[in-house]
Every structure is written in structure tokens, then in C-alpha cells.
Write a protein that binds this ligand. Sequence first.
Ligand code: WQD
Length: 338
Amino acid sequence: MNILLTGGAGYIGSHTYVALVEAGFTPVILDNFSNSHPAVLQRLQAITGQAVVCERGDVLDTPWVEAVLRRHDIAGVLHFAGDKAVGESVAQPLKYYRNNIGGAVSLLEAMQAAGCRTLVFSSSATVYGDPASVPITEGFARQHTNPYGHTKLVIEDMLAALGVADPSWRLGVLRYFNPVGAHPSGQIGEDPSGIPNNLMPYVAQVAVGKRPHLNVYGNDYATPDGTGVRDYIHVQDLSAGHVAALQALVAAGGQSFTVNLGTGRGHSVLEVVCAFEEASGRPVPYQFAPRRPGDVAQCYADPALAQSLLGWRATHTLADMCADAWRWQQGNPEGYGD
Ligand code: WQD
């Protein structure tokens, strides 16, 4: 079964590509390489032992996307393509509304025209905003605190409206918590451009000596050690969640769903620092700094619905996440740009 991965050369997309091959699917990558590196294609070929089919172009080009869907006889789409930096979305909202919402509309129109109505959408726990309590279930109120999160929320609503208008659509919405780690081969991993916004890649760059220390944004939150608590999920578990979601949708009588993809466990910033020092054998010096605007104290999932609907649950530990992130960082100090 041929599956299209929009943004498939990116961090989550590339790891999911490997998982799909291992599950017997035939993935095709669609990417404009605006936030990913062509070198990942060779790495994917090395890992899977198979040639990688990649269509280079923009998901906003609706006629071209339709042609790609037809050319490869695509049965289902995993939609990863989009911009994802919270801070950038505040500074450049129109870029985010254009690329994320416009891109989703373009993709869905192309799918409708090509007769392909099975989609897995990469959503985010950011749609929960500042949760009233934790752990978070899928029925919690959604609220956006930045344009990036707003685009995810709007696309979720678009998909819901589409499903009402045409029940033949099979739609899987996956709300990621905090994806971290790398494929155990060390061949593919997270490759942020410039200064990493996210904690794990920043910690890895401190451990490898690329940055002098970590700034811990706030140590006065109502959490066990005062630092922010998040649900870090290994990208290998996240990839497996996408395969399980696709298998559920393409199965006879597959129904649409929205599920959290998280571990159900929260870890603080300082716990991550300690785990990374343990995994790498390197010190990760840090300094406390003021809270980062928009950050919430705690955010972690109740993953029970994904387990009951998809038979999926995360199995990797924080130690696994740090060990695999370190292997990728050590072997690729400049990411794919080596
Ligand atoms: C985690 C914790 C920070 C960096 C964001 C998006 C979310 C998703 C993942 C795209 C927080 C602290 C961080 C640093 C720090 N992105 N921190 N020093 O903010 O939970 O989620 O990225 O899908 O949608 O909202 O992740 O890794 O940035 O922060 O102290 O240099 O680490 O304050 O407590 P976040 P994060």
C-alpha cells in the first residue's frame, strides 16, 4: 500500500518513513526541503536498504500534489509538512497561517480530487494551551496561546467539518506531546537549524561542547523541583503510533479518531539534564533564567485512548531517549550539514 508522507524528510517524517517500510507499507516522500536536508534521503536508503522515492515540491501547489497522488497511486497520506516554531509563529503569523492552514487545505483538495480520503494529521498537545490539570485527556478544552498552536487547532476543526460533510473520509488526528530522541542507528535524528528552541537538542549541544551551558527557563513553577514538566516521547514510539493509526484507518470499517501520543509520564527540565548527563557521561552545566513567555508549568498526557483504540503505547524510557539523542548528536555534530 503506497503512502504519501508530506514533510517526510523532516524529523518525525523520516523516522515514520522507516517504521512504515518495516510494517510493509511503501512510503513516498513529498518535501520542499525548506526545513529539512536532502542528505536524509541517503540515510533512509542506508537504514531501509531500499531506494527512496521523493517528490520535491510544495504542498501549496494543489495541482502538483494531485498529480503526485495519482502518479504513485497513493492510498493514504501522513501530513507532517508545516512550520512548527512557536516563537517564530508569534513574529510571523501570516507565514504560519499560509503554510500550515493553506497547506492543509491544498492537500485536502488535492486528495479529494484524486479520490484519496485517508489522512493522518500531525497535531500537537499545544492545542490544550495551559491545561487546567494533568494528565490531559482528549476531551480537555482546547485553547491556543500562539499562532502555531492556533493553526493546529484550526486544521483539527477543518478535518472535523470535512468528516461531517463527507463521512467517506477516514481521519486520524495525533496530538504529539514532546518528541525527542533519534533512530537507534544514529543515522537520522533531530536537526534544528540555528539555536535550538527545544530542550533536548539544546541539552545535546551543551553535552557535545557546542554551547557553554543550558538556560533553564524558570525554577519557580508549581512542580516538584520548580522547573517545567513535559511528556517527552521517543520518536520511535511516535513513529509506531503513526503506523498503528494508519493500520486502524485502512482496516475494514476504519473510523476517524483523535488521540494523544504521549507516555503518560512527566519529567522536569532538571530530570532531563540529569538523565542526559547519565546517558552521555558528559556534564550539562546550566543556569536558571527567567520564565519563557507562553510556557506552561506542566503538560503530560493520559494515553489510555490511543492504547484502547490503536493498541499502541509508548515503551521507551527517558534514558533510552537520551542515549539515542546522544548517539545522533555525537555522530552528527553538525546535523545533516556535515
Ligand atoms: C520543554 C521544557 C521549557 C529550552 C514546544 C511546542 C510544541 C512542540 C514541542 C512542535 C519547557 C524548558 C526549553 C531551553 C528550557 N513543538 N526549556 N531551556 O515548549 O513544551 O513544546 O516544542 O510541535 O508544540 O510548544 O518544548 O522543548 O521548547 O520546552 O528550560 O533552552 O524545557 O521552559 O519547560 P515545549 P520545549
